[in-house]
Design a protein around this ligand. Structure first.
Ligand code: MN
Length: 752
């Protein structure tokens, strides 16, 4: 289906507008050709497709290209990639290879990246950010992967942001559930990302649009109130500005000054955070002064010069100076903020910045590029720029197990305001507000963090958990014998510190388990035993542990000692531990089960799932009921087994909701297992490891309760008796059979 003449006209007009906007960046005739060809290909690929608003689809890529050019400030290749960004994704007739052939590898790479990112977000309503559950973390993980891959060329991310911005601007046409999905992603991912990349204007617009579509009433109310107070505010601003204006003119400064109202979103956030109504927010606006720098004086000095002119008029608040001129924010933001007292006593924030700083604040990294390439005033800080780029890559690459965790840390790192502290040598380090000396230690080096025991903050010794403030000079005191503790996690805010501590603790836990196991096995050798389930049945309750790992961990960390191990092992605990349990099952839903509603189907060992499970049922691993728990059965149609769950088990609730028919009644019915005492005599040729093999067989493989093992060796001959508890003759036969097969054993017989 071809475009209608009306569509053609509209499309042509939008494209002409884009071409005009590109004039500034077009350097060669091929550039015009590239953009035009990209446009024609996209127009062809999206033919017959319309947006919900009723406009032809091609208007979307044109609008995205326009944002890429006008609002982010990227060049020809990015404009072309923006025009092509949905072609491969939406039209099966085109591949990345086609793009490569027609437009070269750079544009193809960007289109490929954009296609991959699109795949993360497409049309999966369940994969809604904030929707919780598995889909959420999956999406977070794939988004992380894509970001990591694409961070080689940040332009891909910038174009994706432009794409999202246009979709947000046209969100009104979408159904509500789509609006929720898209706004959730935007507030969670795209706004922080835009902030990180220094795209303030876009970040603010993202936030405002999210508020608008999620809480339309609130959004409307705030805007109405802003409107109502506008006149009074304008008057106030005018009175405030007039003397400043006069003073700056007298000093021959070329500048613009205006009052800027804060965004609806940031006002709303403040209302939420402080739990106050709109009327009580005093800083609804800030004054911004943007000056054209004089070429002879450094911009920094000019900022401070303007500051001193203003503070000649208004008294500054001593604690509210934000010097992002000497210490730019991690995202590149530079500005000097001061808060001064207006006539009448209200505090007013004044932002002072050069034209270049203003552009960086609006367009973020792209403006850096511009100044870098144009050899402008910012061109000397190329190293600084590269470092910031590297910081972004670090954040994207930071390895965490859990993608959700990663995004949490990511948004945290993005939104918190920063402090700047100094090393003893005077190097500055940026840290989020609230960071402790320990965060600083990890920022210096992981090893410094891991061995930190204290800090000298401004030459005074303080605990490592001390919260730092801007300007602190910090020196970390370390000790080789110190190492991270779990509670450290409560005292750090940086992703790097958290990750390093977690990594250490994980390794530490691993070591403790290994140590515990070693100690236990070592001690068991005294008794000629090896770890077995049967043994753990006795040992775990005796040492107050519910799992093997808990036991090993307690042992490894020295929390428990094995003093009474001998009694524990030799305790004749048949009454306590040789108890077997049977479960009676019946299906209340089956009417025809007839004569006997209760049927006995099998037995399970006490509390250990799977152990000696009757062939027909298993203890459900999700809730792992033990005798005495209220239980219920679920006849799993797939395995044919009956799973025994606690009645309180969540999974059971879920199963019951799905397949109520398979639920059956289950009850513990305990009785003592019959156990018989037996002694076996063996003889053979002694060799290293023979004892171990025997005990391993009996206690481990056969899982039989060994009471005693007596062994003598003389002249290379091995003689011994084993006393065991067995259920029946079958057990004793099986011991004899298997023991005979052990290398070196000559004869085995039952003696009692
Ligand atoms: Mn798109």
């Amino acid at each position: 289906m071809d475009y209608t003449p009306k569509d053609e006209k509209l499309i042509e007009a939008r494209f002409e507008e884009l071409m005009r906007s590109c004039e500034r960046v077009i350097k060669r005739p091929e550039d015009t050709d590239t953009i035009r060809r990209a446009f024609l290909l996209a127009k062809e690929a999206h033919k017959g497709v319309y947006r919900r608003s009723g406009e032809p689809y091609i208007t979307h890529p044109i609008a995205v290209a326009m944002i890429v050019r006008e609002e982010i400030g990227l060049g020809v290749k990015s404009v072309a990639a923006a025009l092509l960004h949905d072609v491969v994704e939406d039209n099966d007739n085109y591949t990345v290879e086609d793009i490569d052939r027609m437009f070269g590898p750079k544009i193809a790479y960007m289109v490929e990246g954009l296609t991959k990112i699109a795949g993360v977000f497409t049309n999966n309503p369940a994969a809604m950010i904030g929707g919780g559950g598995k889909d959420f973390s999956e999406q977070a993980e794939s988004f992380r992967k894509v970001l990591v891959t694409m961070s080689n060329d940040l332009r891909v991310i910038l174009i994706k942001i432009a794409d999202r911005l246009h979709n947000m601007r046209t969100l009104g046409a979408m159904p509500v559930e789509k609006q929720i999905k898209i706004t959730s992603e935007t507030i969670f991912l795209f706004a922080p990302l835009a902030y990180r990349l220094g795209l303030y204007e876009i970040k603010t617009e993202f936030e405002n649009l999210c508020l608008k579509y999620r809480f339309p009433e609130t959004y409307k109310e705030i805007n109405e109130k802003l409107q109502l107070t506008a006149h009074a505010r304008d008057e106030f601003v005018e009175n405030f500005i007039t003397p400043i204006r006069r003073k700056l003119r007298e000093s021959n400064i070329d500048f613009k000054i205006e009052g800027r109202v804060k965004s609806a979103y940031s006002i709303w956030m403040k209302m939420q955070r402080k739990q106050i109504p709109f009327e009580e927010i005093y800083d609804l606006f800030a004054i911004r002064i943007v000056f054209q720098p004089s070429p002879i004086i450094p911009e920094k000095s000019q900022c401070w010069h303007i500051y001193s002119l203003i503070t000649d008029i208004y008294k500054p608040h001593p604690d509210r100076i934000r010097d992002w001129v000497n210490n730019p924010k991690a995202n590149g933001y530079e500005s000097l903020h001061a808060t001064v007292m207006a006539t009448g006593g209200a505090w007013v924030e004044v932002q002072i910045r050069s034209q270049r700083m203003e552009e960086i604040a609006e367009m973020g990294f792209a403006a850096h590029w511009k100044y870098k390439h144009d050899g402008g005033p910012g061109s000397d800080d190329e190293a600084d720029f590269d470092r910031r780029l590297q910081e972004i890559r670090d954040v994207l690459n930071s390895s965490t197990d859990d993608a959700v965790d990663f995004l949490d840390n990511f948004s945290m790192a993005l939104y918190s305001t920063e402090i700047v502290v100094f090393t003893p040598k005077g190097d500055s380090r940026r840290l989020p507000q609230g960071a402790t000396a320990l965060d600083f230690a990890y920022a210096v080096h992981t090893n410094v963090g891991n061995q930190a025991i204290g800090a000298k903050i401004d030459r005074k010794v303080e605990p490592i958990f001390t919260i730092l403030t801007s300007g602190n000079q910090v020196e970390i005191i370390t000790s080789k014998s110190s190492h991270p503790k779990p509670e450290w996690l409560d005292h750090v805010t940086t992703a790097k510190a958290k990750q390093a501590i977690k990594t250490f603790l994980k390794g530490d836990t691993h070591n403790r388990l290994r140590d515990g196991q070693r100690i236990f096995e070592e001690r068991l050798k005294d008794f000629g035993l090896v770890p077995s389930r049967r043994l753990f049945n006795k040992v775990l309750p005796a040492y107050n542990s519910s799992t093997k790992d808990e036991f090993y961990s307690k042992l490894g960390s020295g929390m428990i000692k094995l003093d009474k191990l001998s009694e524990v092992i030799h305790e004749n605990s048949a009454s306590k531990w040789l108890k077997f349990w049977s479960i009676e099952l019946s299906n209340p839903f089956k009417k025809d089960s007839g004569k006997d509603k209760i049927k006995q189907v099998g037995r399970v060992g006490s509390g250990f799932s799977g152990e000696r499970a009757g062939s027909e049922f298993v203890i459900a691993p999700c809730c792992n009921p033990i005798p005495g728990d209220d239980i219920i059965g679920y006849n799993d149609p797939e395995s044919g087994h009956t799973e025994v769950h606690k009645t309180s088990c969540d999974r059971l609730t879920w199963l019951a909701a799905q397949h109520g028919d398979y639920i059956c009644k289950a009850e513990w019915a305990s009785h003592k297992a019959m156990s018989h005492f037996a002694v076996i005599e063996l003889r053979g040729i002694d060799r290293i490891g023979l004892m171990l093999d025997i005990s391993q067989l009996i206690a481990g493989e056969l899982n039989i309760n060994m009471r005693e093992l007596n062994v003598r060796t003389h002249d290379g001959i091995f003689e011994g008796t084993i006393s065991v508890y067995v259920k029946d003759k079958h057990d004793i036969d099986s011991i004899i059979d298997k023991t005979k097969k052990i290398k070196g054993i000559d004869s085995v017989k039952r003696v009692s």
